[in-house]
Write a new protein. Sequence first.
Length: 295
Amino acid sequence: MSGRNIRPPDGYKTQYHRSETLLFTTMSSRYNKVDRRGATRQVPMQVLALGFSRTGTASMRIALETLGYRETNHGFAVWTNFSEMEMWTEAINAKYFGKGKPYGKKEWDALLGHCMAITDVPHLLFAAELIEAYPEAKVILTTRSPDSWWKSYQSTIASSLSSPLGTFNAWLEPATAGRILEFWKLVFLAMFKTTDITEEVAKKRYVEYYDEVRALVPKERLLEYQVGEPGGWDRLCVFLDKKVPEGAPFPKVNDTQAFHDHMKSRVVPIWKRAAKKYLPPVVMVCLFVFAVKAW
């Protein structure tokens, strides 16, 4: 594959956050209603990027798509498709809570058959299952120190899940924001196996998880990679047998500020819809009360 500059894949739209160097891609709305149930595999699964959230998974997604692995499915894409979210919920409930039938290769091909690669949650909750289902796929573990990871997790995901604003948005739109919030709470309950996610609990699980994946994958199929490491694309491209994209710096997106900017971009439409729905009746009631008092 010849080198080329980073550009969003077909079917995606580009969003620039405060820094124009932080390129973010989100799924186009035309993908939001695709029903994966009963689907079959359309492209080979080639890469399983199974690092924890907040280890550069969004950057790895863009890097993999730049190298030709389309689609690379990431957690941000999951919450734009409620059909996919329902299937992930089934899989999580079966594996972690003993409810329903565990997913096998047929179900994974239905849910992920359009993907050549995956990264982030909820995928990493099924690291063992995906490694078994796709034995030819190469495995990447994006890494960072437990201390650095915890600081990032706490200031982004943890704060969002426990935010009163998130609860308020879920109340405003229970069918959308409410479902999304409950889904992500379920995801991280499964990840940490507790709702009391202290620093000690989280770091312990982080270290355990990486050891579990290392034990599952032959060394020749595994790359441990730190986004921002010296050499940029070099080790990744050698591992995947791809040419380094010419003139393209390795993607660096979704830092703490970009994460919160992304959250805000999803919240504002909720508030606008709520204002349109609730403000007219409130205004009418206020006018009525004012009129009665004036009378």
